[in-house]
Design a protein around this ligand. Structure first.
Ligand code: CTP
Ligand code: MG
Length: 229
């Protein structure tokens, strides 16, 4: 069946504290967005891309897109709204059992083999799957006064990365259900969990970082330079 890639790139990058949205900052010779799309294209050259951009985005250039089959989608107020807009825009073309992977534009360091393993899991398990990495540090819960309220059991805690995905029909239904219940969603797994689904955690590289704060750009540059592919 067909593979759909949804790349939300309609954010403003508030935490980055830069005038330019982070997906358009330069990284290893091109924009963050172009790097991310190149990564996805290397793994899935035949996929159809849904690229969610802000309606008034003046920085985007079609030369950043290596895919032959792609469309531009108007993003929404939150990441979840951008993903929902993409799912809605292609719903008439997509089959329920097509695979869909959602990947943050701000994660340019995702490795090809992690992408391939994630897609295999999405195609294999009925509840969807996500790239994730086990937590390494001891986890503290903070009290309102900034002091330690307790220590969380680290065993079994994972960082949720992207891509995350499922079959098209299931993911669309999951977002519909979650948004109708007013659940605030920051990833696809949360939407699937709302429906009682249990997506599979696929162990991926920890250096699949999401560029979030100013320091992260230099870190991403080092990660890309160290990667063979
Ligand atoms: N995103 C989007 N539509 C939104 C908000 C975010 O498509 N309304 C995208 C971002 O462009 C990013 C991804 O979702 O690629 C992950 O979001 P995040 O890292 O939070 O990016 P921003 O929302 O841009 O950053 P911040 O939260 O610091 O403002
Ligand atoms: Mg955000």
């Amino acid at each position: 069946s067909r593979l759909w890639l949804i790349v939300p790139a309609a954010g403003v990058g508030r935490r980055m504290q830069s005038e330019c949205p982070k997906q358009y900052l330069p990284l290893a010779g091109r924009t963050v967005l172009a790097q991310t799309l190149a990564r996805l294209h290397a793994a899935f050259p035949a996929a159809t891309l849904c690229l969610c951009l802000a309606r008034d985005d003046a920085r985007f250039d079609a030369s950043m897109v290596p895919f032959a089959d792609w469309r531009r989608i108007d993003g929404g107020a939150e990441r979840a709204d951008s993903v929902v807009a993409a799912l809605a825009a292609v719903a008439s073309e997509a089959a329920d059992d097509d695979a869909v992977l959602v990947h943050d534009a701000a994660r340019p360091c995702v490795a090809t083999d992690d992408l391939i393993r994630l897609l295999a899991a999405v195609r294999e398990v009925p509840d969807g799957a996500l790239l994730a990495a086990p937590v390494a540090d001891t986890m503290k819960r903070a009290a309102a006064d900034g002091r330690v309220a307790g220590t969380e059991l680290r065993d079994g805690l994972w960082h949720a990365l992207t891509p995350q995905g499922a079959c098209f029909g299931l993911l669309r239904e999951a977002y519909r259900t979650a948004l109708a219940q007013g659940v605030a969603l920051t990833d696809e797994s949360s939407a699937l969990e709302t429906m009682g689904r249990a997506p599979r955690l696929v162990a991926g590289r920890r250096n699949n970082l999401k560029i979030t704060q100013p320091d992260d750009l230099a870190l991403a540059e080092q990660i890309l330079a160290a990667q063979v592919s």
